[in-house]
Unconditional design. Structure first.
Length: 351
């Protein structure tokens, strides 16, 4: 086991203790016990059920949230637990799929939803906070594993691996028409090829790639390919009490180090994405895409097909794949190990 893997596992244990995670299984929802050291800070009608915060997540959206063996784990799952702990509440995770939870909030099935973006905000929905900024990005091997920003010349002089039919695949073809692109059935396969020196870069969702990069020595972030999209917590616009309380808690965990600890747990060395991490300027992207700066293409986030711990995959010489056009992580594709990380299920049909 590498020193880096040991460090990640140590962070997992410490962060789980810090957030007092304790998950138990349900069918369509997963109820988690948060610390009850404080009395509930918010009650009905601001939340539907006394003592419980019902949180909508996508159960197949690793590393943000994924359900395996009745447990929901991931960056957003940990964040929801941290929020609930500050409020003295338990968490009930509800699977809202890729639709984002807007309908479930309107129907009163959940109190909040994770992974909200400004595009979802309207007269009925409000996006609270800004816990991550995400965009498609590049990964490469460096001597020290520290993040770099690739140049257009570097990108076009090497082979770039992408998961076929992904958003990163489409964007790379549009922005770098001269680049040599190698497609793979899974993101897992692309990172394996990168570690073996078969390709120079991997293009993927930054957080999906950051999760895999955290399990490899000397794999570093090499820049974002588009303007980062802010993600926050989705709340009903009519529920101003809940919105104010959630905003206050997010502000607190953003400044006391808890949010940073959660991010480090899942995407150890991924830097904060900003204009400084972008490979191409807005003008360069618009020129490559044949459009003006104002109409340069926007990119939706695609984290489908995220495989499990790449260290396990490399050790076994196999890869998690899918026959679908856009591979997805199934509920049984990954299971948490004793340290809280997700790894291949022993009898997964995807292995």
């Amino acid at each position: 086991m590498s020193t880096k893997t040991k460090l990640v596992q140590s962070l997992l244990v410490s962060s789980c203790l810090a957030l007092t995670l304790g998950l138990s299984a349900c069918n369509e929802a997963s109820v988690s016990e948060s610390s009850q050291s404080i009395s509930p800070q918010i009650t009905p009608p601001a939340i539907a059920q006394d003592g419980v915060l019902r949180v909508g997540v996508d159960f197949q959206n690793a590393p943000f949230s994924v359900q395996a063996n009745g447990k929901v784990q991931g960056l957003e799952a940990d964040l929801a637990l941290a929020v609930a702990e500050q409020l003295g509440l338990k968490v009930e995770f509800v699977d809202v799929g890729k639709d984002g939870g807007a309908q479930e909030i309107a129907n009163g099935q959940i109190d909040i939803a994770m992974n909200g973006s400004s595009e979802q905000a309207n007269s009925d929905l409000t996006v609270i906070g800004r816990y991550i900024d995400n965009a498609p990005g590049l990964f490469t091997v460096t001597s020290d594993g520290k993040p770099v920003v690739a140049t257009q010349q570097d990108i076009e002089s090497g082979v770039i691996g992408v998961q076929e039919n992904s958003q990163a695949h489409s964007l790379m073809s549009k922005l770098f028409p001269k680049a040599q692109i190698q497609t793979y059935q899974s993101l897992n396969d692309a990172f394996t090829a990168l570690s073996q020196g078969q390709i120079k870069y991997v293009a993927s969702d930054s957080y999906a790639g950051g999760y895999l990069a955290s399990m490899q020595d000397n794999v570093a972030y090499a820049g974002s390919l588009d303007i980062p999209v802010a993600e926050g917590v989705l709340v009903s616009s009519q529920n101003s009490t809940l919105a104010q309380v959630i905003q206050g808690v997010l502000d607190k965990i953003s400044t006391n180090g808890v949010l940073d600890l959660i991010k480090k747990k899942w995407v150890e060395n991924l830097p904060a994405l900003s204009e400084d991490t972008q490979v191409l300027s807005a003008q360069e992207k618009a020129k490559a895409a044949g459009a003006s700066v104002e109409t340069s293409p926007s990119v939706s986030i695609d984290t489908s097909g995220l495989p499990s711990d790449i260290a396990s995959v490399l050790a076994s010489g196999s890869a998690i794949t899918s026959s679908s056009a856009e591979p997805q992580v199934g509920a049984n594709a990954m299971v948490p190990n004793e340290n809280g990380r997700l790894e291949p299920a022993q009898n997964s049909s995807n292995n």
